[in-house]
Design a binder for this molecule. Structure first.
Ligand code: HPA
Length: 288
């Protein structure tokens, strides 16, 4: 079976489980940031292992389930946990869930992640909007034939070459700033640089990344953004600064520290996501 058929089968399975629910908004929750899934009303919970061909997450702190229902009154599909390249998944597997969400018909996606703060002005626990990214993972998820374009008929998943000048939607960022303001939060913007991991960076790498214009560093999100944009899905990226990047700390970095910092802000993030889900669905639904 082709990759395209694999995606279609997974999407058909999920759609059957959702019944009448038709989410136009997807949300991906990163390391230690899963709390928003608990705010989903009338949830349909689908463990990743139930979905045909779906990759499974092995990282601690990623439970690996799809939670669909309503958030802030809006129909949503939430990925609680994602898979990473450093787990040994192939690029096609890393982006498989985003392909499934796109095939389900989402129009916008909120990608959240835990990130190291490169900018000196960031504080641990701060939420930062991703304004742009730098892909230093060493691969692009769209390398290979754009075969699905033929399999899918006229439109396919997307075009071979496409624009990335506003990969992270400006209007959604503006909406997020307003939503956060109502929660008493001021949201900064930053540039997210993606590495493959799993080792954290060296201080020299962080210095180099800073001169390149990066203010955040992490091991996810960028492949999902590329694939979402390939499918014409609007992207909002939110990083949670779980630690200061390598060389800016007194103590060595650990996953426990990253995970714990995520835990501390996941409630704040969940409240923001609830408001955003309500506002964003109103925005994307009026365009259908
Ligand atoms: N580096 C890379 N990925 C991360 C970090 C970091 O410092 N913190 C959370 N994810």
């Amino acid at each position: 079976m082709s990759y395209f058929e694999d995606v279609k089968k997974a999407a058909q399975y999920v759609r059957a489980r959702l019944g009448r629910l038709e989410p136009h908004l997807g949300i991906v929750l990163g390391s230690g940031l899963g709390a928003a899934a608990e705010s989903v009303m009338n949830p349909v919970v689908i463990p990743y292992e139930d979905i045909p061909n779906f990759p499974r997450s092995t990282v601690e702190g990623h439970s690996g389930r799809l939670v669909a229902g309503t958030l802030g009154g809006a129909p949503v599909v939430v990925m609680q946990g994602r898979v990473h390249y450093y787990e040994g998944h192939r690029p096609e597997a890393v982006i498989f869930p985003m392909r499934v969400l796109g095939t389900l018909g989402i129009r916008a996606v909120i990608l959240t992640n835990a990130a190291g703060g490169i900018s000196e002005k960031y504080r641990i626990g701060q939420l930062v909007l991703i304004a742009d990214h730098i892909n230093l993972m060493g691969w692009n998820p769209l390398v290979g034939p754009n075969e699905a374009q033929f399999a899918f008929g006229r439109k396919g998943f997307g075009l071979r070459f496409f624009d990335m000048t506003e990969a992270y939607s400006k209007r959604l960022r503006e909406l997020a700033v307003r939503a956060a303001a109502l929660e008493g939060e001021k949201l900064d913007e930053g540039v997210y640089l993606a590495v493959s991991g799993p080792s954290f960076e060296t201080p020299a790498e962080i210095k180099a990344f800073r001169t390149m214009g990066a203010t955040l560093v992490g091991m996810s999100t960028v492949p999902e953004t590329i694939v979402a944009r390939h499918m014409g899905v609007e992207v909002l990226g939110i990083s949670c600064v779980t630690n200061l990047a390598s060389g800016l700390n007194e103590t060595p970095l650990s996953h426990a520290e990253v995970f714990e910092a995520g835990r501390q802000v996941e409630r704040k993030l969940a409240d923001l996501l609830e408001r955003l889900a309500m506002w964003m669905s109103a925005l994307v639904d009026t365009e259908s």
